[in-house]
Design a protein around this ligand. Structure first.
Ligand code: PLP
Length: 364
């Protein structure tokens, strides 16, 4: 059988749902999107003051947006239902149809947004190569097109912090500065997909405002490691957010009593940011354990995503997933590799248990 190129499978998080008859999931390393709101978070949500968000008078949404704008060092912020909608609205606001966006070849906007940029934004995405989801200033420079009537107008440079398929890798601040400097030279705007931005900030010990200082727009997802049930916040200049509101309305992203959900996000900012360090420590412990298994090649995790290659064991990713599922353990398959993700619902005590289960499943 011909081996499919890795990107053909880069978005197959299969199977997302345990098959009928599978035991309940005990250890969920599938994704940090699967965290459940804690009882304290639910309490905060129950107590939320609410208004009509679309009408501009939900006090809890205002509180969340004010906090996020301050945290990111931007003038304004906008609450949205999902991170995908943040990317779509940011691109619609920065670009015209036919413009080109430069992004890494493993980026979420290329692989995991259902072709939305062909279907809705009308931009073309130029995939940049580079190790572990990162590219350099030279890579960006090499991709600059001549300003002729033949070439698509280049408008936006997009960076994912952390780089998900790259391995949850943290972009070093210096490298962010170097690539955004090229964009500025060219008169392009810059956008950060900050789905896991707080993981990067905690791992690097750098404040969010400093990390995103050179970006015109940035968003943070509350449904990944932060553990809220819904919501993402897009930040930028007052003018940018003002224009973005038109697209929020057009796409149906304007909400009503969204304060209930925003309260969960505020709770996560207060209680779930510093603890991301525990997820990173658990990921490192998991990587150390997996490295002891013969035939397994483990990438050293920067944050909460542990990618490992099991080709040397002769067991396929799908077969491993099936064997683990039979023991109530979930992992995902991404780009021909296995991904195990640590988060709020994964304790340190679960790590050795997961390692033994994976060792047995690979030996079986
Ligand atoms: C999850 C994710 C998104 C999309 O966020 P949703 O809230 O699931 O729509 C975008 N980019 C990256 C890197 C992600 O991991």
């Amino acid at each position: 059988m011909v081996q499919a190129p890795s990107f053909a499978r880069s978005t197959s998080f299969a199977p997302a749902r345990p098959p009928a008859g599978a035991p309940p999931v005990r250890i969920n390393l599938y994704s940090d999107t699967q965290t459940r709101p804690t009882p304290a978070m639910k309490d905060a949500m129950m107590r939320a003051e609410m208004g009509d968000e679309q009408h501009g008078d939900d006090p809890t949404v205002h509180l969340l947006c004010d906090r996020m704008a301050a945290l990111m060092g931007k003038e304004a912020a906008m609450f949205l239902p999902s991170g995908t909608m943040c990317n779509v609205i940011a691109i619609l606001t920065h670009c015209q149809k036919g413009d080109e966006v430069l992004a890494h070849e493993t980026s979420h906007i290329l692989h995991s947004e259902g072709g939305t940029h062909a279907a809705l934004t009308g931009v073309q995405i130029l995939p940049l190569k580079g190790e572990r989801g990162l590219f350099t200033a030279d890579d960006v420079r090499a991709a600059i097109r001549p300003r002729t009537r033949y070439a698509p107008p280049q408008k936006l440079l997009e960076v994912e912090q952390t780089a998900n398929i790259g391995g949850g890798v943290v972009w070093p601040l210096e490298q962010l500065k170097a690539v955004t400097a090229v964009a500025r030279e060219q008169g392009w705007n810059t956008h950060m997909d900050g789905a896991r931005l707080m993981n990067a900030c905690v791992a690097a010990g750098i404040a969010p405002a400093e990390m995103v200082a050179d970006f015109d727009s940035v968003w943070l997802d509350f449904t990944k490691g932060l553990g809220a049930p819904l919501g993402a916040v897009l930040c930028g200049s007052a003018e940018f957010i003002g224009q973005a509101w038109r697209w929020k309305q057009r796409l149906g992203g304007s909400m009503r009593q969204a304060g209930m959900v925003a309260a969960g996000c505020i709770h996560s900012l207060d209680h779930h940011v510093e603890r991301l360090a525990e997820d990173h420590a658990n990921a490192k412990a998991l990587a150390r354990g997996l490295r002891q298994i013969e035939g397994v090649v483990v990438e050293e995790p920067d944050t909460n995503l542990v990618f490992f290659d099991i080709k040397g064991t002769g067991v396929s990713v799908e077969e491993l997933q099936k064997r683990l599922m039979a023991q109530g353990i979930m992992v995902s398959g991404l780009g021909g590799r296995v991904r195990a993700c640590t988060h709020l619902d994964v304790t340190a005590a679960m790590i050795p248990e997961a390692v033994s289960a994976i060792r047995e499943a690979l030996a079986a």
